[in-house]
Design a protein around this ligand. Structure first.
Ligand SMILES: C[S@@+](CC[C@H](N)C(=O)[O-])C[C@H]1O[C@@H](n2cnc3c(N)ncnc32)[C@H](O)[C@@H]1O
Length: 208
């Protein structure tokens, strides 16, 4: 597997286990209303009724449209936030910087969403390989981000990068995981800029 980040790239100012930082719930939103509305619109374009959806690195809100999905599974670090998320059918708590293997079968999802959180991953190559593994063939991955972060918890590679360099980094994460980059959005605004990288698993992936 390709190593995307060096040991220096993955340094965090606060290197305590992430569970410590996320122990108390934060019932806030991490981008402005325009960003979140744009994200819901993008999900509405890319996700279909009946999809099985994984909201990775989730919280109390998933930003999903009112589509009738088959199943929505949340993953994150704070149990109280995930329990309060009424869009989720079920959830798991797992620190991806300690353990990258996801507790889901191959091809378990049609869509994986990762909103406003990718900057906290220290081992993105293995995590994105897991996103690819749990996605069905031609599944979609939507990674969205803006210019906000918890600076003590974001990896060095993210902190020192410009917004366009961050999008390049996310593209490298997708490719390291075996996904194809299908689209890249960079919509600047006076408030929170809207960035997203959309990936796809190859049509024939999985199976044997
Ligand atoms: C800024 S919040 C964004 C939450 C949510 N996706 C949203 O859009 O509101 C960052 C989230 O990343 C998740 N996170 C951070 N570090 C993590 C880690 N090491 N393993 C798993 N999840 C992590 C936490 O669950 C936290 O809620």
């Amino acid at each position: 597997m390709t190593t995307v980040l060096t040991d220096r790239d993955r340094l965090k100012r606060d290197d305590w286990p992430d569970g410590t930082f996320y122990r108390e719930p934060r019932f806030v939103t991490h981008a402005d209303d325009a960003f979140l509305a744009r994200l819901t619109e993008l999900y509405d374009e890319l996700l279909e009724p009946g999809d099985r959806v994984l909201d990775a690195m989730s919280s109390w809100v998933s930003h999903l449209p009112a589509t009738d999905f088959d199943r929505v599974v949340g993953h994150g670090l704070n149990e109280a936030e995930l329990a309060a998320n009424d869009r989720l059918d079920e959830f798991v708590v797992q620190d991806l910087n300690s353990e990258q293997a996801l507790p889901f079968a191959d091809d378990a999802f049609d869509a994986v969403c990762c909103a406003l959180s990718v900057q906290y991953l220290q081992y993105p190559g293995p995590v994105f390989a897991e996103f690819a593994r749990v996605l069905a063939p031609d599944g979609v991955l939507v990674v969205s981000f803006s210019n906000r972060m918890f600076p003590t918890k974001a990896v060095r590679a993210w902190r020192v990068a410009s917004m366009d360099e961050r999008a390049d980094l996310v593209e490298r994460y997708l490719k390291a995981g075996g996904l194809t980059v299908a689209d890249r959005l960079a919509e600047r605004s006076e408030t929170d800029p809207f960035y997203a990288v959309v990936g796809r698993t190859p049509p024939g992936h999985g199976g044997d």
